[in-house]
Ligand binder design. Structure first.
Ligand code: GAF
Length: 395
């Protein structure tokens, strides 16, 4: 049982005086490459973090949902008890909006929910661009499917791809963040020791072995501690810009512009939309190139693609921030083979592909650079591709 699941179970027993019927957990993620491509029908390449969110549930028979979350200081925060058929966007907000939104979407999708008590615990850093919301949404969906006798690991259960769409809808239509399918797909479908290549348009996936340690390398995660929120940031503006460009170009999605067609396409667009399109088209190319290099076991050659991705997100898509740029530049100066912001941006985390023998030196250089800059101390850790969402064994 994961540590998150142990804490969720113990809190469940303390809050409700009984063992939960079931517990599922789901991880956060880093995206190796392929940023702001998911809502343009493109390609992404995440892997799961060892950090997980667990949701423990027991069925209720009165049609109500209660949610409790274990705070980082270990105290339970009660998010409220609401009749499921009265849930509407805005009924529960903050962290409770995520489980409420998933419940709302499942009900709309025709899943008969009898009611449930939920208790949440986890260690995915929040506001760090590491998909703590997707981890919570996915674990909630999986545990609620159990209460409806439609377990995802049973014969009547929905496909993980469908659960990814539901949880994404909860984030879009209930929480109000216009995000794409990357995070939920990563949380549900990633596997240990692999990165997940995902073609958003076709739904096809490929589990690509990812063994950085085997090449004497590490993926260092640098959480800048600059908080981000995709319901409030410029995320929606970027997405609207892509949709406007798509309509002007007369294509189904920006995915349909090839590298060879890029210059012609840019000429037909107003100046302000050109950098957005350039980023999406070149980023899709970098994801495919990364796939190619990883299939050939050439991880060291992926570094330059990561760094090019960062430059494109910083200069063309304009979703980086000074702290992310500082993390990337310092990591590269210290000997990283490549580095980039990961996730939606406007704060959050960067990743760096670092030779293991340089890790301590790189960490020190980044910590000192942040200190000199007067920025909060970053949180640094090495990320090993971990297992996706899973049912937790009984305690
Ligand atoms: C956030 C969103 F949730 C994803 O859907 C994706 O668009 C990402 O930003 C940028 O690649 O994590």
């Amino acid at each position: 049982m994961s540590e998150a699941a142990e804490r969720a179970t113990a809190t469940f027993v303390a809050e409700h005086g009984a063992e939960p019927d079931s517990v599922w957990s789901a991880p956060g993620r880093v995206n190796l490459i392929g940023e702001h491509t998911d809502y343009n029908d493109g390609y992404v390449f995440p892997f799961a973090l060892p950090h997980r969110t667990a949701v423990a549930a027991r069925r209720r028979t009165d049609g109500k949902l209660s949610v409790t979350s274990l705070d980082s200081d270990g105290s339970p925060q009660r998010g409220g008890t609401v009749p499921i058929d009265e849930l509407t966007p805005g009924a529960l907000t903050g962290w409770a909006g995520y489980p409420a939104g998933v419940t709302w979407v499942l009900r709309k999708a025709g899943i008969q929910l009898p009611g449930a008590d939920l208790v949440i615990a986890g260690d995915v850093p929040t506001g760090a661009g590491l998909s703590s919301s997707a981890a919570l949404e996915c674990a909630t969906a999986l545990v609620l499917l159990d209460t409806a006798d439609r377990p995802a690991d049973g014969p009547e259960g929905p496909e993980l791809a469908e659960i990814a769409h539901w949880t994404c809808r909860a984030e879009n239509d209930f929480v109000g963040a216009p995000t794409g399918l990357l995070d939920q797909t990563a949380s549900l479908r990633c596997r240990a020791a692999h990165a997940l290549f995902f073609d958003v348009r076709s739904g096809e996936t490929e589990q690509v072995p990812f063994d950085a340690a085997g090449s004497g390398l590490e993926i260092l995660v640098i959480d800048t501690r600059v908080n981000h929120s995709h319901s409030e940031s410029g995320y929606g503006d970027r997405r609207n810009g892509c949709e406007e460009a798509t309509a002007l170009l007369g294509v189904p999605a920006l995915r349909d512009i090839t590298a060879a067609e890029l210059d012609g396409a840019l000429n037909g667009l107003p100046e302000r939309l050109r950098p957005l399109v350039r980023h999406v088209v070149t980023e899709n190319g970098r994801v495919l190139e990364t796939l190619d290099r990883l299939r050939n076991g050439a991880l060291t050659e992926v570094g330059e693609l990561l760094t090019a991705s960062h430059a494109s997100l910083r200069d063309d898509y304009r979703v980086s921030c000074p702290e992310l740029d500082l993390a990337v530049e310092t990591a590269l100066d210290a000997g990283a083979l490549g580095a980039r912001m990961t996730g939606g941006g406007f704060g959050g985390s960067a990743i760096a592909l670092v030779p293991s023998r340089e890790r301590e030196h790189t960490e020190r250089a980044i910590t000192e650079a942040f200190e000199r800059n007067g920025s909060a101390a970053p949180r640094l850790f090495t990320a090993v591709p971990s297992t996706g969402a899973a049912r937790e064994p009984r305690s």
